[in-house]
Design a protein around this ligand. Structure first.
Ligand code: MG
Length: 395
């Protein structure tokens, strides 16, 4: 597979923080992907909520299956655009590693708990996982990934956090948020593949849960056009009992249309900007994009999902309880750090030796511990420490 001039080439990587000899049979980006797949944080994704709590049903997306779908969409678009598929896969598989249990509810609660101690942000946490929290190598903390994978993992970052990163690693992954430049095309692609994946699978999971219906989805032109197209091609899907097949075929067509739209709109943008190197990509405006019309249609779908699914009273009810679990755990570990496993007190001693603001060391370690938890571990731990059963299924 020939790479375009604007694609990331592992031979020109900015390298790893701790230099390592190249692997005999794999490129550096393949090696990054393999390190991610073998990490502890990656395995935890299987028990973390995407939208629906992990134990609400076996068929709902989890963070793991979501990440696999992002990787599939990303690779498929990357190949057409002659981008680096291995890098796209590595970024996609790692992009949600820093998510707390209970999805965005968990992140919001943890961020509120951390308000006086530097905040909590899941993109930054994903980077923290691969840079510091994985303990697998004798010589260093973290997975020691290449610059390009780390650049892609850090999707967003506040100015304040970017300044901190820049102090720790001058000219590193925080720099672009200060210089207002773009990441590689592979990183840009993962952002858009993430959005395409969750818009599509949240329709599927939303209908499966009964919180949204095919009838309501007729308000969403992006979906409804493909539903009508499907019914014209397969009128028998109108019949009772065929709803699932109709849904799947409509989503499949919608996904394909979005993939082809990104490929053609991006090809247009690449022709116009003609970046000859990855650094020229970084200095250009964002080049991976939907067409204007697809961007608008996708926005309507997002607003629909926000109003009808993410803010559905049943989702909000679990959200409230999930936030209480996170808040209770945070308060408890802060007051009684000995309730965390032994390894966390060792980390605390090490952090106190380096932390410029020692009063922040313990809250950060508590946040790292809670963020790493799976949904069910957090609920069981909450029950163990408070005696309350929140959101727990009978085991
Ligand atoms: Mg995601």
């Amino acid at each position: 597979m020939t790479l375009a001039l604007y694609a990331c080439d592992p031979a020109k990587s900015r390298g790893r923080r701790y230099p390592q000899a190249p692997a005999p049979t794999r490129t550096d980006y393949q090696r990054d992907r393999d390190r991610i797949v073998h990490s502890t944080a990656f395995r935890r994704l299987v028990y973390k909520t995407q939208v629906f709590l992990n134990h609400e049903g076996d068929l709902f997306r989890t963070r793991l299956t979501h990440s696999l779908e992002v990787a599939q969409l990303g690779r498929s678009i990357a190949r057409s655009l002659q981008l680096n598929e291995d890098l796209v896969e590595a970024i996609a598989l790692a992009h949600d590693l820093g998510h707390t249990p209970f999805g965005h509810a968990g992140q919001d609660a943890l961020n509120a708990c951390m308000a006086d101690f530097g905040g909590f942000e899941h993109n930054l946490q994903s980077l923290r996982v691969v840079d510091h929290l994985e303990e697998r190598y004798p010589e260093f903390d973290g997975l020691n990934l290449t610059f390009e994978t780390r650049e892609g993992i850090l999707k967003h970052c506040s100015r304040h956090h970017a300044e901190q990163l820049e102090r720790a690693e001058p000219g590193g992954v925080g720099r672009r948020f200060l210089a207002r430049s773009q990441p590689s095309l592979e990183a840009q692609l993962c952002n858009l593949a993430d959005e395409i994946a969750y818009n599509a699978h949240d329709i599927d999971d939303g209908v499966r849960s009964g919180l949204i219906t095919l009838a309501q989805l007729q308000q969403v032109p992006l979906f409804d056009n493909f539903r009508l197209q499907t019914l014209t091609a397969f009128p028998q899907l109108q019949d009772k009992g065929q709803g699932r097949r109709l849904l799947y075929e409509s989503i499949r067509r919608m996904l394909s249309a979005q993939v082809y739209d990104v490929i053609s709109a991006t090809q247009g943008a690449l022709q116009a900007a003609a970046p000859g190197t990855v650094d020229a990509v970084r200095q250009s405006p964002p080049l991976i994009r939907f067409s204007t019309s697809m961007r608008e249609q996708s926005q309507v779908l997002k607003s629909f999902l926000l109003e009808k699914l993410y803010r559905h009273p049943r989702v909000l009810d679990t959200t409230g309880q999930a936030q209480q679990v996170v808040r209770d755990l945070f308060a408890r570990y802060l007051a009684q750090p000995q309730d965390m496993p032994e390894s966390h007190s060792r980390r605390l001693q090490a952090a106190l030796a380096h932390e410029p603001l020692p009063e922040r060391a313990l809250p950060r370690i508590v946040a790292d511990y809670i963020a790493g938890m799976t949904d069910r571990f957090a609920l069981r731990e909450h029950q163990r420490l408070t005696g309350q059963r929140l959101l727990l299924e009978p085991f």
